[in-house]
Design a protein around this ligand. Structure first.
Ligand code: SIN
Length: 274
């Protein structure tokens, strides 16, 4: 197998990989990137002078590209999510989450590229949700091993999606029922178990009283905040982060206003968590 130059950021999560993503890469190199992703959960690439087609090409090697349900279907580059933030327009991604878990098949991963960065601040933090699961007490693990939880859309996005897809509420609910996902999912490639609930989109553990569910979810969410399970990435223009959405959460640190920050995300379709 082709070997890549890989510099881990921490012993458990995050590694910087030196490869030029703007060139078409052989399957052997892409397979090495995939292996590195499976091992390090989030990869970082510096100085990637790539265009949108390169961005999509890299993502497409891993699967179909996802069009976010709030995007205008059929729009040019509908797969691209551009997050431009400043004092007036804030993205509110400063909450620990995995992407789009309110769909029945949440993404495999996302590839984010920085276009404009503040002089300081605007880092993204990542948490290893295998470690988060493994760090739980036996008693808690026994409680959640076969549990499922309901994930829901943020209310504001429901209106945007209904408008962009021209859907009435009934049609929307038929197309996008709130999914129930396993609280502990097994990664389809590594076979490892990870904690799969997040503070942004998970609502309630199925079959549990609301109060008990809230308390248990609060404890599970706090696992993403354990420093030993985390890494933190400082962006430069043309830095790229590629995270495995099945076993990580991330948090965009909102400490840079009134400076501006622009990032672009391409998301790769995933499967039903098992
Ligand atoms: C995201 O949550 O997808 C964006 C993360 C970031 O802006 O760093």
């Amino acid at each position: 197998m082709t070997s890549l130059s890989i510099d881990p950021l921490t012993p458990g999560i995050g590694a910087e990989v030196r490869v030029d993503l703007s060139r078409p890469l052989s399957d052997a190199v892409m397979m090495a990137i995939e292996q590195a992703l499976l091992e390090w959960k989030v990869l970082f690439f510096r100085d990637q002078n790539m265009d949108l087609e390169d961005h999509k090409r890299v993502a497409r090697w891993f699967g179909e590209l996802q069009v976010h349900p709030t995007a205008l279907p059929g729009a040019e580059h509908a797969e691209l999510i551009r997050i431009a933030e400043d004092q007036e327009q804030r993205a509110h991604n400063n909450i620990w989450h995995s992407d789009v878990t309110f769909l029945e098949e949440p993404p495999l991963g996302s590839i984010l590229r920085a276009r404009e960065v503040p002089p300081v601040g605007g880092d993204t933090m990542f948490a290893d949700m295998y470690a988060a699961y493994e760090g739980l007490d036996e008693e808690i693990r026994a409680k959640i091993d076969n549990a499922t939880a309901v994930h829901v859309w943020p209310a504001a996005w429901v209106d945007i999606a209904m408008k962009s897809q021209n859907l009435g509420r009934d049609e929307f609910l038929r197309l996008y029922p709130n999914p129930e996902h396993s609280v502990v999912r097994t990664h389809p490639q590594t076979g490892r178990r990870s904690l799969f609930v997040n503070a942004a989109f998970t609502r309630q553990i199925v079959g549990m009283e609301k109060q008990e569910s809230d308390a248990l979810l609060a404890l599970l969410y706090s696992q993403a905040r354990v420093p030993e399970y985390q890494c933190r990435f400082r962006w430069q223009v043309n830095s790229v982060a590629f995270w495995d959405n099945r076993c990580t959460q991330h948090y965009a640190v909102a400490d840079f206003y009134p400076q501006r920050r622009v990032v672009e995300r391409i998301t790769i379709c995933g499967d039903r968590p098992a």
